[in-house]
Write a protein that binds this ligand. Structure first.
Ligand code: SF4
Length: 251
């Protein structure tokens, strides 16, 4: 397991926007999402394309900055570094945190968080399943299902798995969809694409947020997206952290 960064902030996206949360960002992802058009210079000088968290996705070029985790206590010790309110929300993000879904160190960490009364929220692309029977702690977790759309440039088969979406949505404590949408995609059959995902869990609420790794990009996509949400009855979700702190990390 790799830890990329941790920070205490407010949740900037989705249903719990504004909630004080400790973010733990794990390294690695099963996708690349180069369609999101963000890029970042890696420590080795290579310019890497991907999503706004490409530094937590691309192991080849960024892992020299990642911290290997060998014991659950190394993750639990993060909580002692902050003056946190009791039971504060813990957000597990990445990259894709569910690449570690069967890792015993990770399960131990989740069990301890749950026993200590924390609400555990996963930010996931919804393409990797978890074993709810073997690891019942997942039944106590919240899943923000950020299922990728075609604007990610990932193949459909890889980004949408109906059985996994259904399983995460129905076995967890709570789940909601969270889509990243740019102004251009709204005109290009986006509604149909979203419907093809929602069909796997029609009662799960939808939050749409503007694509962008910078304040300028987020703002450019915001108004068209609000109009789209109004027309379709979806919830608009801001990306508060980008609007406030722009491209700064760890906030
Ligand atoms: S799935 Fe998420 S973390 Fe992984 S590359 Fe795509 S946007 Fe980035």
């Amino acid at each position: 397991m790799y830890l990329v960064e941790h920070f205490y902030s407010i949740q900037g996206e989705g249903r719990y926007t504004g909630t004080p949360s400790l973010f733990i960002r794990l390294g690695g992802c099963n996708m690349k999402c180069e369609g999101f058009g963000c890029s970042e210079t890696a420590p080795d000088g290579v310019e890497v394309q991907g999503c706004d968290t490409v530094y937590a996705v691309n192991k080849e070029h960024f892992s020299q900055n990642w911290i290997p985790i060998t014991k659950s206590s190394e993750l639990l010790n993060i909580l002692d570094l902050y003056e946190l309110p009791r039971h504060v929300d813990i957000v597990l993000t990445g990259g894709e945190p569910l690449i570690y879904a069967n890792d015993e160190i990770f399960i131990e960490f989740l069990n301890t968080l749950h026993e200590n009364g924390h609400r555990i929220c996963f930010e996931t692309n919804g393409s990797l399943g978890v074993d709810f029977q073997k690891y019942p702690v997942y039944k106590e977790c919240i899943f923000a299902l950020s299922v990728k759309l075609s604007n990610s440039n990932e193949p459909l088969k890889k980004r949408v798995n109906g059985d996994i979406i259904y399983s995460l949505a129905t076995n967890s404590k709570e789940a909601f969809f969270k889509f990243s949408i740019d102004a251009e995609s709204i005109t290009l059959g986006l509604e149909e694409e979203i419907n093809d995902i929602l069909i796997h869990s029609p009662l799960t609420q939808v939050y749409c947020m503007p694509v962008g790794g910078s304040k300028q990009e987020v703002e450019k996509n915001t108004e068209p997206l609000i109009e789209f949400c109004k027309a379709k009855g979806y919830n608009f979700s801001d990306r508060l952290h980008i609007r406030i702190w722009d491209q700064n990390k760890g906030v």
